[in-house]
Design a binder for this molecule. Structure first.
Ligand code: GUN
Ligand code: ZN
Length: 435
């Protein structure tokens, strides 16, 4: 991390509130300056106003004509599924059987895990994603490989070992006891080591016995500042299966609730087939929903209901869910989210989508002040977006329209090509090579 002061000039955008609930949600400086010292944001504001505060030794990087934003946050993604992205299947359950489980088996081998972790993290950085909540596999060595690769790059990442003790192939099965023991050892090894954070990760209710979920809930209570991540109410066939497996529960999410797994820092993937009471419970407990539109469209799972989630006050963020998702790019994820909202009769402004991929995610993870915006003292994870990255973007954004229109074009037409550079804790970790 460079110790001397670094300053970055460009159009600066970050959020201080949710645009869906506040008229003063964002800070925009067309000619802005971001000042970084010791890996943290020292100041962010107008270039003309801040320039005078720069000491003589400060290095000034000129990104004029480009946008400086906080790094994107992807709140639900499976690194072991990198190599099976875009695998065809008729829905979630056959897709798991045919592609997911055989692919995840390979993570028994630490060398394989390390190779995929390297590629995965570099791909995230190319797409401008600086933090993610990541599923590993059932193998503890898949977690070690992931956090080692993340530590090398200086990234703030959340990850955990999948817990899965039934309804899956023998070669991927742990036991309630071994999963709790391995999870606790991994928490002690990795949680809060550098920028690493641990997530207790039962895959989803169908692949866990009640005993495994009970032990996961116990760990979540014993280590309250760890994360929890799992899937809920993604697909109708899955929901029917959960009703059969847990007949005493009021609903799918109530299964997790009954084991003490609804709490702050709990991230629930999908949340499509929820009822009103489920949403109220999520909001009451500050449990968060990770919305995965490209995956939901790809697997035909369903359409997330933004309006009902907002009415209940559920914490929201966007996620790729690769390999169910079809892109690592949060811009492409916004593109799909926009269309999902339209099909549900709601409307997602671009400002809201950029909020959900930055500060909204940080709030969902109880990390506001640490990542997600340019508040003084926040970790300097930021990206440089290029509105002229492709001939089409260049042509479309040449018309000098409003900020909303500029962001909308970037979300709908942009992808990894729109990310000119990515910085983590003030250090450049990706620079696009122009072709
Ligand atoms: N439900 C249980 N496991 C998975 C998974 O790996 N991907 C998705 N999309 N849903 C799941
Ligand atoms: Zn998933």
């Amino acid at each position: 991390m460079p110790n001397n002061l670094q300053a970055y000039r460009g159009s600066l955008l970050h959020f201080v509130a949710d645009p869906a609930f506040s008229a003063q949600s964002h800070v925009w400086h067309e000619d802005g300056l971001l000042i970084v010292a010791g890996g943290k944001v020292q100041a962010a504001g107008d270039y003309a106003a801040l320039r005078a505060t720069l000491p003589p030794g400060a290095e000034l990087h000129d990104y004029s004509g480009k946008l400086l934003l906080p790094g994107f946050i992807d709140t639900h993604v499976h690194y072991p599924q990198t190599d099976m992205i875009a695998s065809p299947s008729e829905g979630l359950l056959p897709w798991l059987e045919t592609y997911t489980f055989p692919t995840e088996r390979q993570f028994e081998d630490p060398a394989h895990a390390a190779g995929v972790a390297d590629f995965f993290l570099d791909e995230l950085l190319r797409c401008g994603t600086t933090t993610a909540m990541v599923y590993c596999t059932v193998h503890p060595q898949s977690v070690d490989a992931f956090f080692a690769a993340s530590e090398q790059r200086g990234l703030r990442m959340v990850a955990g070992k999948v817990m899965m003790d039934r309804n899956c192939p023998e070669f991927l099965r742990d036991t309630a006891e071994s999963s709790a023991r391995d999870t606790e050892a991994l928490i002690r090894r990795w949680h809060k080591r550098g920028r690493a954070l641990y997530a207790i990760t039962p895959r989803f209710a169908p692949t866990s016995t009640g005993e495994q979920l009970r032990l996961a809930g116990e760990l979540a209570r014993a280590y309250p500042d760890t994360y929890i991540q799992t899937h809920v109410s993604e697909n109708e066939a899955e929901c029917a299966w959960v009703r059969e497996l847990f007949p005493a529960s009021r609903s799918y999410i109530d299964v997790y609730d009954s084991y003490g797994m609804l709490r702050p820092r709990a991230m629930y993937g999908h949340c499509i087939w929820l009822n009103e009471q489920d949403r109220v419970r999520m909001a009451q407990t500050q449990s968060a929903a990770a919305i995965c539109p490209s995956s939901n469209l790809f697997l035909g799972s369903g359409l997330f209901d933004f309006e009902r989630a907002d009415q209940a006050g559920v914490l929201l963020s966007l996620a790729t869910d690769v390999g169910g998702g079809t892109s690592f790019s949060m811009l492409q994820t916004m593109n799909e989210a926009y269309k999902v909202a339209r099909l549900k009769g709601s409307y997602l402004p671009a400002l809201r989508m950029f909020y959900l991929a930055t500060l909204g995610a940080a709030r969902s993870m109880q990390l506001e002040g640490t990542i997600g915006n340019f508040a003084a003292g926040a970790e300097a994870d930021f990206i440089v977006l290029d509105p002229q990255a492709t001939p089409l973007l260049q042509r479309r954004t040449a018309r000098g329209e409003s900020l909303e229109e500029l962001l909308f074009a970037l979300a709908l037409l942009g992808d990894d090509r729109a990310v000119a550079a990515t910085y983590a804790a003030g250090r450049q970790v990706h620079a696009r090579v122009m072709t």
